[in-house]
Design a protein around this ligand. Sequence first.
Ligand code: SER
Length: 589
Amino acid sequence: MFTAKELRKKYLDFFQKNNHAVLASASLVPENDPSVLFTTAGMHPLVPFLMGEKHPRGMRLVNVQKCLRTDDIDEVGDNTHNTYFEMLGNWSLGDYFKEESITLSFRFLTEELGVAIEKLAVTCFAGDDTAPRDEVSHHCWLKLGIQEARIAFLGKEDNWWPSGGKHPGPQGPDTEIFYWTGMESAPTIYDPADKRWVEIWNNVFMEFNRTTDGAYQALAQQNVDTGMGLERTLMVLNGKTNIYETELFIPIINKIRELAENQDTISERVIADHVRAAMFLLADHVRPSNVDQGYILRRLIRRAVRHGRKMGIKGNFLEVLGAIVIALYQEAYPELMKHPVALLQAIQDEENQFSKTLENGLKQFRKLEQELTATGNKMINGEEAFHLYDTFGFPIEITKELASEVGFVVDEAGFGVAFKKHQELSRQGSEQKFAGGLADHSDESKKLHTATHLLHQALRMVLGPHIEQRGSNITQERLRFDFPHDQAMTAEQKVQVEKIVNEQIRRDLSVTWEELSVDEAKAKGAIGIFEDRYGDRVKVYTMGDFSKEICGGPHVDHTGELKAFKILKEESSSKGIRRIKAVIGEAAL
Ligand code: SER
């Protein structure tokens, strides 16, 4: 029997013994990555360092990272997919490459976890016009004793990360490790289509950067980025056939079964997955709302509520399940214990709110179903789906699920059009970022990122020292900054903030950074998040005499490059949190 705790510890210890520095998990909400809503892999917070910046902790890193992937949401309910999951990851930033990475993974699996080599199969990149067939990895696996018949070569969809190689950002070919979960002994020949082979680890050899115009450039350094799924690995090591049979889910599943009138495997898995994800999002300060991260959280909670009702669970149940999630994870993730009552209250509030409209929404759906059946139509149009969303709070997944249960489909594109028409979805909002992507470190986003630091400091001067970053998001066009403040800013305060930021731009302050210990950074008055994000040494960015902030970067060299700064909007983002959207350069003139 392996426990999650043991597996995390063994992993960190093994790589630490092999000279890797242990990093803490970053938040599920990326601090400086404009292109995604969530941290979807351990490499996300490391993008600047994969691109060549020096990491304060060195060239070999390891951690256990909280991740959330919403693009797998339709798969939740099968044996191996989650929205929230933990990723065990190790990195080489221009240090070791393919051979050592593969050898370390192999040694960890066989020596530390005692995995029998007969249970393993691997895939390598087959080669195309971007990069050649990966013979180095191939030979390395053979040398370690993996049989030729257990090695498959696949293309960019399978053996490249991010899959397909279509997103901008650091990337490269990968080699994936699969574990045999079938009852009978593993077949001699590995068949990639056989689902009993479960992928547990992905070693990516990041040596390219794809630019926004689609060109592949060689990165300044050859990096390794690996990711091993904790839930899946726990499952295979303990001889289970699905992740919900592991200790991380059993107490949640048992409670659902106890509360439910009708048992349903898919529904109980969806509920268990979504409640866990929701609790971790809440712990990372996300609250249900109609945009961005808050909207995803809302969708997860509402979908869990609807599956609960489907199973005949009476009354509120998410709070009880949320408390089990806290109990299961409080030791590994103490953030769940910082404000447990508030987190449980938040999940219950959302459940209450949705419960009020769910029943009427279901009635409306049944009415629609009858009308469509009478006319022989099988498609719920966009306006109708939007009506269910707008009036009854049905996220599109819920309408889609209800539709598929009775053999209907939903015009999703039409829903999108209706959604846009009603201006509920901001241009840079959820749907676009739902699919994921990688950090954009273009000049424009660097400038906006620098402007964010100036804004942060200016807000502290105008509104007070309680201002801190609660979320930041940068697109090519604008920055967005969330901060705790109880009332709307006055027109005068906004003008004052703009004036202060523009003054710093006019002064053309130089932007420099240094590595400091957390204590030194605090002593120097740096602002920013003091959580053990990069371990005990952090990067502190200084902008002249104006701002000092802990941050991974990157930034421009001089504030003058920003040219001008203007606040577009100041609004409420969620309870007690305000949101500013601002622009720089020509757009601010
Ligand atoms: N970034 C790679 C993945 O997510 C390896 O961690 O699979």
